[in-house]
Design a protein around this ligand. Structure first.
Ligand SMILES: Cc1ncc(COP(=O)(O)O)c(C=O)c1O
Length: 414
């Protein structure tokens, strides 16, 4: 199989040079070029449509990163655009709230099993930080045991710079799938733990994605009960994706509190912290939560319409069905290639990781993602991929073809 020539990315690169002069690092966080393959991936996009994105140099890609999760339907959804325009015409940023807030909260309470009450905020980090503050306010305890990425705020950020040591020491991490390790932490910190926060699907950066092993979430639930700790599922990624009501609905384990975001509005910035009334009511007076922008309603209108479409078109059933077939074919392609790599994930969230026992795995990974981007498939080396509703069967067939060709190129690396 032939290596493909490099894409023309001149405009992206020029924009990035300018950005570095005016903003530290040019672009922020996970969108920085070193998180992809530097010099091979575009940095600036111009627009998106359905399951595709187009960069500023005019290159068109099938996008299986879906903006890191929010794009559950596709880009530029006419019905959502229309709902947002109608809300814009009424006004969406006021000194008081609008009725749509009640409507969306009622809907979320109906859908998410653990939701008796809800608070609407904007980003995933907002929602997880609200959950942690409520759990602390409710329990009067300070420590948080956690597994997963929960955002950039002080209580959970993994890069220690800028965060006081005293705050870092209050959050302790446990490995996914290991009940003994969790229980050990609970014992060592007895009567000091406010909450366990866990992503119910294990998706650590750069590592295989795990569906919950048999009995695992039930085990976490009973440890939380046994030690009197609030159990929070961080379903920012899995809410409205793994099932409408998130992984808790699909796997049948109900936490005390839940955070949702990303897929609930197909790209608009809205998230929620939901949970048992007894805990949520701490926010009536003892705990302060507020932002000028939390009640802004464009995102709420987008979310209402997104949920309409998800329900009306049974979008998640469709994604699971096509995602299951995709995973089966992906496994066969990877196995047949002979490349030391592992296919993991669940149907809406597939992933391929290169086995670290292979001494060439880094070179192989870099070359693989170089070949896939050059062939017009936008996937991420360290983050699992997503299937969206507007990915057509042809898109998914082409993605598999690209993966097969790219594996053939890297099978020659020794
Ligand atoms: C599980 C989970 N929680 C929280 C967050 C933080 O969300 P945001 O980036 O919107 O602040 C993310 C973002 O990737 C996430 O995947």
């Amino acid at each position: 199989m032939q290596e493909k020539p490099k894409l023309n990315l001149d405009k992206s690169m020029a924009m990035f040079e300018e950005a570095k002069r005016i903003s530290p690092g040019g672009v922020m966080g996970i969108r920085r070029p070193y998180n992809f393959v530097e010099g091979e991936y575009p940095i600036y996009l111009n627009h998106g449509y359905n399951g595709h994105i187009v960069d500023v140099d005019g290159n068109d890609y099938i996008d299986m990163l879906c903006a890191y999760g929010p794009i559950i339907l596709g880009y530029n959804e006419p019905e959502i655009n229309q709902a947002v325009i109608e809300q814009m015409e009424k006004g969406f940023c006021f000194s008081l709230v609008q009725q749509i807030q009640n409507e969306l909260i009622k809907r979320v309470i109906n859908i998410v099993p653990s939701a008796e009450m809800a608070l609407l905020v904007k980003t995933g980090s907002d929602a997880t930080s609200v959950a942690v503050r409520l759990a602390r306010g409710y329990s009067g305890k300070d420590k948080i045991l956690r597994h997963g990425y929960h955002g950039w705020h002080d209580w959970c950020v993994e890069v220690p710079g800028g965060v006081p040591t005293a705050i870092q020491e209050l959050t302790l991490e446990f490995p996914y799938g290991d009940l003994e390790a969790l229980e050990k932490l609970l014992k060592e910190n007895k009567d000091q733990v406010a909450a366990i926060m866990i992503t119910p699907i294990g998706h650590p950066l750069g590592q295989p994605v795990s569906a919950p092993p048999e009995g695992y979430l039930e085990g976490v639930r009973s440890l939380a009960d046994q030690y009197g700790v609030v159990l929070i599922f961080d379903e920012i990624r899995t809410g409205f994706r793994v099932a409408m009501g998130g992984a808790q609905e699909r796997y049948g384990v109900t936490p005390d509190m839940t955070t949702i975001g990303k897929a609930m509005a197909n790209g608009y910035a809205i998230s929620a912290c939901v949970g048992k009334s007894e805990i949520m009511k701490v926010a009536e007076k003892d705990v302060f939560i507020s932002s000028t922008f939390f009640p802004n309603s464009l995102e709420m209108a987008a979310s209402m319409k997104c949920i309409d479409i998800l329900e009306r078109e049974k979008v998640l059933d469709n994604i699971w069905e096509r995602g299951s077939k995709f995973l089966v074919r992906l496994k066969k392609i990877v196995a047949d290639s002979g490349v030391p790599a592992t296919v993991s994930g669940i149907p809406p969230m597939p992933f391929v990781t290169f086995d670290k026992t292979d001494h060439q795995y880094k070179q192989r990974r870099t070359r693989f993602y170089t070949e896939t981007i050059r062939r017009g498939l936008f996937i991420q080396p360290y983050h699992h991929w997503y299937i969206s509703y507007r990915h057509t069967d042809e898109d998914l067939d082409y993605a598999l073809q690209v993966i097969e060709e790219s594996l053939a190129v890297i099978s020659k690396i020794y």
